[in-house]
Design a protein around this ligand. Structure first.
Ligand code: IPD
Length: 277
């Protein structure tokens, strides 16, 4: 039996709206920036404030629910996904954009039960676009239903990816040669918006035909993976195998054909799973 998580969706939307207000207020200010895993992995006080706001609001409403939050994990909490209802939160996806005032930043909230995502919300703050999907109930942007392009031909595809925050040689070589091989197919173009969540939603809207990424974390894409599949898209591991939320690898595409073609050319550099398993 499918749980009816409709009330949780409404609550999720209400706190995403509050989070956006905090992000908009802070957007134009000068930020104090700290580093995490690399000199290009940034965090600000607003990331932490927004995550605390979201988690404390959810705790008050649903005291038994669990959390995987980007900044809590950065602070040392281990991200283990159990079968319990779990909120997976990225308070600001696109922190580098946020620091530079490059206008793509999103709040990403996914709700997972029995390791299955029940709903996902991505609020692209500056664009004022609220993407949402509930399992089996379709995907929407500001209440308009979403449908992927259905594109089957990789040579006509616009592909989105992320440069990420890795700066070591192996990661950078793999990353740039992946882009090189895609351009050589040739695809129509490669784009990057600086937020994995919004990138993936662009596949759901048919603005792009595919997205792939190695190295992002579960909180970046948990919500948007459901949004893409509910919009009729395909979500896989970059190996071409089944998508694994904790593996830090993803392809989201308009069709199986395009997803598999991308899986043929994209190589993964090693990165530790989010759950450390
Ligand atoms: C990052 C963004 C970025 C991607 C990184 C992510 P954050 O998330 O999604 O686009 O390239 O891999 O970690 O740190 O801004 O939440």
């Amino acid at each position: 039996i499918m749980g009816d998580w409709g009330k949780c969706v409404d609550f999720g939307i209400s706190i995403a709206i509050q989070a956006r207000t905090v992000i908009l207020d802070a957007f134009k200010t000068t930020k104090v920036v700290a580093l995490k895993s690399s000199p290009a992995d940034l965090v600000t006080e607003t990331d932490q404030r927004v995550e605390n706001l979201l988690i404390s609001a959810i705790k008050e409403k649903y005291p038994t629910h669990k959390f995987i939050g980007e900044e809590s994990v950065a602070a040392g909490v281990r991200p283990i996904l159990t079968d319990s209802p779990t909120w997976i939160i990225d308070p600001i996806d696109g922190t580098t954009n946020f620091v530079h005032r490059f206008p793509f930043v999103a709040v990403s909230i996914a709700f997972v039960v029995n390791k299955q995502t029940e709903f996902g919300l991505v609020y692209s703050c500056m664009e004022d676009k609220l993407y949402r999907a509930q399992r089996g109930k379709g995907a929407f942007c500001n209440d308009v239903p979403l449908c992927t392009s259905g594109q089957e031909d990789i040579t006509k595809a616009l592909v989105v990816t992320e440069i990420g925050s890795e700066r070591d040689d192996l990661s950078l070589r793999t990353l740039t040669s992946n882009i090189y091989r895609l351009l050589k197919i040739p695809v129509h173009g490669v784009r990057t918006m600086g937020t994995a969540a919004v990138d993936m939603c662009s596949v759901a809207t048919a603005g792009a035909d595919a997205y792939y990424h190695v190295g992002m974390h579960c909180w970046d894409i948990a919500a948007s993976a459901l949004i893409v599949s509910e919009a009729g898209g395909v979500v896989l591991d970059v190996t071409g195998d089944e998508f694994d939320l904790m593996s830090r690898r993803v392809i989201a595409a308009s069709s199986h054909t395009v997803a598999r073609r991308i899986a043929q050319v994209v190589e993964a550099f090693p990165c530790e799973r989010d759950d450390g398993l």
